[in-house]
Write a protein that binds this ligand. Structure first.
Ligand SMILES: Cc1cc2nc3c(=O)[nH]c(=O)nc-3n(C[C@H](O)[C@H](O)[C@H](O)COP(=O)(O)OP(=O)(O)OC[C@H]3O[C@@H](n4cnc5c(N)ncnc54)[C@H](O)[C@@H]3O)c2cc1C
Length: 390
């Protein structure tokens, strides 16, 4: 982390998070990947140190810092494990909705528990019939006197199988354009009529207990569990996704950085044809390209986080940062594995685990294609605005 882009305080904060995780995370990370264990204990320790809910107000138990610090925390967590970075950041995404759109009562009820990892959360957007086209979701919620009744099926929720609180998106008005008829609700674990809860086995992000089937069959919740205004859900989702994409980029940057560190060290030590393999340009140029892509992805992420902290619209830069970080991280993990030869394919140096985790970054929170969809839409919009003002 270079001083030109980060304050002394931010650099010290990054070192502190890194050191904590270096000492505490490894056994939990391996248990996640190998035994599919959710990192309850580590998340609680992180919560005690303020590493969950970093940028939320301290009066609700948050860290009182900003998005840049939240991003730094996710980057350092991702340096240990992207799956862990995801477990750390899902609470951020759910808390973002409650903190920015919820009532005072909702904030007091759920935020402190979320930040201490006493309340595990899951964001319920994707459904079996589709994720990219979120506006066309089929889950519905109907108002019945002072209750909401939710009916629908969700899929792919990270932390879903162990969640205490589901943040659920559902349609509340099907007579208007879907972007104007969606709402968001809080559903607590144990609410009657959550009738199915099955899990996927996944390539990476293991230990995150990702849901394959989550069925709400007439789940009945109090009216005051609606978050924000009725039919405001799509706007809330878009707002939340901007932050989420910056954090996904940050976590992937951390994981890719670790891959580059491991592969650089290996190429200095490993010998072939009577010399260290870093002496072959076929190897060292790959390292150069990895370092370059990591640098570019880092700059984009940092710009996005800084813009968000300044209150600027980050829709385009957040999608750029997420898409570019995902593709760069995948390239770095793949080439790291390549320059390490056979040992890169084994569990000895963690590269294979990072490679598997990083691959999920190209799909989750909007695929690479959807990131391009957002970027081109925003680009043409800006172009038209500039042309009009000429
Ligand atoms: C590890 C992991 C964790 C996840 N965590 C969560 C979570 O916590 N909560 C949650 O709700 N969801 C979660 N998801 C779901 C994820 O957000 C969706 O998988 C993703 O948005 C894609 O949706 P889909 O799988 O339905 O693919 P589809 O939308 O069916 O897309 C299939 C393919 O078509 C392409 N495509 C679709 N539309 C277009 C277009 N307009 N232009 C070009 N190409 C297009 C896509 O890019 C993709 O390649 C997670 C997924 C994974 C893999």
């Amino acid at each position: 982390m270079e001083s030109f882009f980060f304050s002394e305080e931010e650099q010290a904060y990054a070192r502190e998070v890194k050191e904590f995780l270096r000492l505490e995370a490894r056994s939990h990370v391996l248990a996640m990947d190998r035994q599919n264990e959710y990192p309850f204990e580590l998340l609680k320790k992180m919560g005690q140190r303020g590493y969950i809910g970093v940028r939320f107000p301290s009066r609700y138990g948050g860290g009182g810092l900003d998005m840049m610090h939240e991003a730094i925390t996710n980057e350092e967590t991702g340096a240990q494990s992207y799956a862990l970075a995801c477990a750390r950041s899902v609470p951020h995404h759910c808390a973002f909705i409650i903190a920015n759109y919820g009532s005072e009562e909702q904030k007091q009820k759920w935020l402190p528990g979320i930040f201490k990892a006493d309340i595990i959360t899951a964001e319920c957007i994707t459904e079996p019939t589709g994720g990219s086209d979120a506006a066309r979701m089929k889950s519905v919620a109907h108002r019945k006197e002072n209750r909401w009744i939710i009916k629908g099926e969700k899929r792919f929720q990270a932390s879903g199988a162990v969640a205490d609180l589901f943040i659920v998106f559902a349609m509340t008005n099907q007579d208007v354009h879907p972007t104007k008829g969606m709402s968001v609700f809080a559903v607590e674990k144990g609410t009657p009529n959550i009738v199915a809860m099955e899990e996927f086995d996944t390539l990476g992000w293991r230990g995150l207990r990702i849901v394959s089937e989550l069925i709400f069959d007439g789940v009945d919740i109090p009216a005051e569990y609606l978050i924000g205004q009725e039919n405001q859900g799509f706007a809330i989702l878009m707002d939340m996704l901007n932050s989420e994409r910056i954090l996904v980029a940050s976590g992937l940057l951390g994981t890719a950085r670790t891959c580059l560190e491991i592969s650089t060290a290996y190429t200095l030590e490993r010998e072939a044809f009577h010399r260290p393999i870093c002496k072959f340009e076929g190897v060292s140029f790959k390292i150069a390209e990895m370092a370059t892509r990591l640098e570019a992805a880092g700059l984009m992420r940092t710009k996005a986080a800084r813009m968000l902290d300044l209150g600027q619209d980050v829709t385009k830069i957040a999608a750029m940062a997420k898409g570019f970080a995902a593709e760069s991280a995948y390239w770095i993990a793949n080439e790291s594995l390549q320059v390490m030869g056979g040992i890169g394919y084994t569990t000895k140096h963690d590269i294979e685990r990072h490679f598997r985790d990083i691959r999920g970054g190209m799909v989750a929170v909007g695929t690479n294609e959807i990131m391009r969809l957002v970027v081109q839409r925003e680009h043409y919009k800006e172009f038209a605005q500039k042309a009009k003002s000429k």
